[in-house]
Design a protein around this ligand. Sequence first.
Ligand code: ZN
Length: 166
Amino acid sequence: MAIRNLRYEGDEILSKKSREIEVIDDRIKELAEDMFDTMHKFDGLGLAGVQVGVLKRIIVIDLYDDVSKFCLINPVIVEKSDETVEIEEGCLSYPNQFGKVVRSVKVKVKALDLDGKKVTLEGEGLLAQALQHEIDHLEGETFKSKILPGTYEYITPEDATGSNKK
Ligand code: ZN
């Protein structure tokens, strides 16, 4: 268990594409544990490997509802609803910055779990949003480039409690 250093805006690694994980070995399992620890320390809802400097296709999500907590290896969005929503978002790599982005209301994701088993996940609402946000990170895309004009906000840290951070 360890807290890893987060990578922040301006770090060019955030724009790089992550590589597929071929073998889920002990190092990957340790990385997953550290990613959960790091995400929890900063009260995030999700974290991608690249955000701790590892260009591998791994994401963790925890919506703090006792069921939506998982690590996904090589996640791929296989279906997206046509219905979209304009919704506020933030990111642990962009502290105190928020803005509205367009997300599909529902997504279906295929991935592997930490035991290497194939999993299919259907997410709606906040879970769908978190999945899209984290999978974007694996492509080197960040929410900041998707912020709708006129919705960007910088919130001073004292006011930022309770906001969604991913
Ligand atoms: Zn993020």
